[in-house]
Design a protein around this ligand. Structure first.
Ligand code: LAG
Ligand code: CA
Length: 474
């Protein structure tokens, strides 16, 4: 279940973290479809506990499988899926199969009005009772398989996926979403569930809904969140044959490289050469909603110059199933999404350039990022050729004869003739500007009959990357 069911030459998934369904439907039609995105990962869709201050993470504490959250209700969800599918944008749902909510004093009321008593492991909205959960214990040793899979992740009541009842409820929930037209799932905390149990669940799911344009016998796309830095007892390899797996080492190493901790020249062997998963099994990302909040090597929107360079490399280098992050501004781990005085999530607003202004970051609307989504579509099915580097932090490479990328992460200029591998002509750099009405609003590069062009990226240029492709030829 590794096929994401993309339309045509499309390639890139965007995580619209905490967006409302009605806003995503609109975004599919007005922006994602026209810009050639392939799909959206949406926040959890089923009912969750209500936490004080409404932190984003309350959505990782389920109460029932009713489809009502702060993002909208079932009707709005169904409308979004249909409208997005109609313009070629697939929907992938973040699903919580490992656990229900954590402790809560007294009776909790969820986002759909359902009551539960988490302390007693009583969730009548499903229903689940204590016997559907593993006995309570704490994870203290992350290399102890029993603890990792059968104790409580940060105190969240741990479901027993070996039980027939739990399996049937999880399958019913996922099948309901398939019926509504989704293309697949991001499986939260997959490492905390036995792979045999997940295999049973995935293989029991319905085929995708043909009324939403999926071919007969299409299997749901699965990508599993397994944090494996390389030496874990529960490893990514136990899950990779069931579906794609999040490649966390990709995120860490690309952050390291573009922060300047590792010379860019080493990226020549990027991908499996770095010990990452095979390309078709790897879900790749510069940052995700969790690690963008951690200090460390991972880059996020707060370091925009390096972040855009890392994202350009991510989308230009042919490795993995790419997902880009679309965030809201945060100060700390608990910052809620943009909300009004009644704690309703507010819709994104855009300035005249299409950038978000009211607390949403919308990295996917940064020109340098959506332009690379277009680049990836334009160069699809070509290989890396013509690698060049200066032995340090200046690199360039071609994607067949369809695209060319150059990076300068040194403190001095890159100025020289380089092989772009492109047919002769003038091309717009899609990072510093765009092709509009037959001319470039940013840099342009003239390629001669030998495929060479003069490339300049000043060390103080706004962006340290330049990208040319055949769909932006003057
Ligand atoms: C994940 N993947 O495996 C999610 O990507 C991650 O965002 C989830 O944690 C986690 N697993 C559980 O689904 C998030 C927050 C946690 C939060 C948890 C549950 O990062 O901070 O825990 O969701 O809402 C919070 C408190 C904890 C508390 C727990 C239970 O921060 O201190 O123990 O709730 O009450
Ligand atoms: Ca578990």
């Amino acid at each position: 279940q590794h096929n994401p069911h993309w339309w045509g030459n499309r390639n890139t998934i965007v995580h619209l973290f905490e967006w409302k369904w009605s806003d995503i439907a609109q975004e599919c039609e007005s922006f994602l479809g026209p810009r050639g995105f392939a799909g959206v990962q949406v926040s959890p869709v089923n009912e969750n506990i209500i936490a004080a201050g409404r932190p984003w993470w309350e959505r990782y504490q389920p109460i029932s499988y009713k489809l009502t959250t702060r993002s909208g209700n079932e009707e709005e969800f169904g409308d979004m899926v249909r409208r997005c599918n109609d313009v070629g944008i697939r929907i992938y749902v973040d699903v919580l199969l490992n656990h229900m909510s954590g402790d809560f004093d007294g009776v909790a009321v969820g986002t759909a009005g359902t009551e539960a008593e988490p302390r007693k492991k009583s969730f009548p909205g499903v229903p689940y009772t204590a016997q559907d959960f593993h006995p309570t214990c704490e994870i203290t040793d992350w290399n102890d398989r029993f603890q990792v899979q059968q104790c409580e992740l940060v105190g969240l009541k741990d479901l027993d996926q070996s039980s027939d009842w739990v399996r049937s409820k999880l399958i019913e929930f996922l099948d309901h979403l398939i019926e509504l037209g989704v293309a697949g799932f991001r499986v939260d905390a997959a490492k905390h569930m036995a792979s045999e149990d997940l295999e049973y669940i995935y293989s029991s799911l319905s085929n995708l809904n043909i009324d939403h344009g999926f071919p007969h016998n299409s299997r749901p796309f699965i990508f599993q969140e397994v944090i494996d830095h390389g030496h874990e007892t529960v490893s990514r390899d136990e899950y990779k044959d069931l579906g794609a797996v999040t490649e966390f080492r990709f995120s860490e190493e690309i952050g390291n490289a573009f922060r300047g901790n590792n010379a860019l020249k080493w990226l020549q062997s990027w991908g499996t050469g770095w010990g990452f998963l095979p390309s078709g099994q790897a879900l790749t990302f510069v940052d995700n909603h969790d690690n963008q909040r951690d200090a460390g090597a991972v880059l996020n929107y707060k370091s925009p110059r390096q972040y855009k360079m890392a994202t350009a490399f991510h989308l230009a280098y042919p490795y993995g199933i790419s997902r880009v992050m679309s965030s809201f501004a945060f100060d700390d781990h608990d910052t809620p999404p943009p909300q009004d005085a009644q704690e309703r999530i507010i819709s994104p607003e855009f300035d005249e350039d299409g950038a978000c202004v009211n607390g949403w970051i919308c990295e996917h609307r940064w020109r340098q990022i959506y332009a690379m989504v277009g680049f990836k579509n334009a160069v699809r099915d070509t290989e890396i050729t013509g690698w060049w580097d200066n032995g340090d932090n200046q690199i360039s490479f071609c994607r067949g004869n369809k695209g060319f990328l150059a990076f300068n992460n040194n403190l001095y200029d890159l100025s020289q003739d380089l092989n772009t591998c492109l047919p002769a002509g003038t091309y717009c750099d899609v990072i510093s500007g765009s092709l509009i009405d037959g001319s470039c609003t940013g840099k342009s590069v003239t390629v001669n009959d030998n495929g060479y062009g003069y490339i300049h990226i000043g060390s103080d240029d706004f962006d340290g990357v330049l990208a040319l492709h055949v769909d932006a030829k003057v």
